[in-house]
Design a protein around this ligand. Structure first.
Ligand SMILES: CC(C)(COP(=O)(O)OP(=O)(O)OC[C@H]1O[C@@H](n2cnc3c(N)ncnc32)[C@H](O)[C@@H]1OP(=O)(O)O)[C@@H](O)C(=O)NCCC(=O)NCCS
Length: 192
């Protein structure tokens, strides 16, 4: 199981508690138009009850060691929910983990997602011993593709009609990063 709190230069990633409900709800509601483009759960009729149910499920998933969701918070502004990032196992045998994320609309294009995913990859490869990390990104989601590129992921191919989003079945790219590639990138980034 990953740690319940992870830190980056600018952010703290922390597992959800019931106290996060209001801040999460504000973040989702203020970003719904953007989230609705790419995430099937972000329907335009999303309610506070959905947020309560998400938090309940997230706490349960941590308890059962099934999936690990984190709230992204800025160190100096810890009450503002910036976004979500999650990790879960897609193959025990293959040691493959998937990462999912979103960032609230007034915080995008500031490197939040890239910094948070980078930290979660460190946890996945170094602390948890995964062999491979994957991202599934809707075809056309250029900002998310860019996050994958910046972190050194390779686009493996296209998964046909993977998710139903706003009534349409949408193709998704499968992006992956192998542990040795991650380590080589980290070594190249390290100060000499
Ligand atoms: C995708 C998402 C998580 C990215 O979060 P973020 O914190 O803005 O990501 P970063 O700032 O780390 O990187 C985004 C990159 O995409 C670029 N970008 C933003 N909008 C873009 C667009 N429409 N087309 C191409 N590139 C775009 C940014 O300039 C940045 O690249 P750069 O650093 O080279 O300038 C965020 O846009 C989001 O939550 N979108 C809605 C939900 C979603 O798509 N979730 C992901 C599902 S796979």
């Amino acid at each position: 199981m990953p740690r319940g709190q992870l830190e980056t230069d600018r952010f703290i990633l922390q597992r959800f508690t019931r106290r996060d409900t209001a801040a999460l709800d504000v973040a989702i509601r203020s970003s719904l138009a953007d989230l609705n483009q790419w995430l099937p759960w972000a329907r335009m009729d999303y309610t506070s009850g959905d947020t309560t149910a998400f938090i309940r499920e997230s706490i349960q998933a941590w308890k059962e060691d099934r999936a690990w969701d984190y709230s992204i918070r800025r160190r100096e502004e810890p009450d503002k929910h910036i976004g979500n990032i999650s990790l879960w196992t897609t193959s025990k045998l293959g040691k493959i983990a998937e990462v999912g994320y979103w960032v609230r609309s007034d915080e995008t294009s500031k490197g939040v997602c890239t910094e948070a995913v980078d930290r979660l990859l460190e946890e996945a490869f170094t602390a948890l011993g995964y062999h491979k990390a994957v991202l599934r990104i809707a075809v056309g989601n250029d900002a998310s593709d860019r996050v994958a590129e910046k972190l050194g992921f390779t686009r493996e191919g296209v998964l046909r009609e993977e998710l139903l989003i706003r009534g349409n079945w949408v193709d998704h790219s499968l992006w992956s990063l192998i542990d040795r590639e991650y380590r080589a990138l980290r070594r190249a980034d390290a100060p000499r």
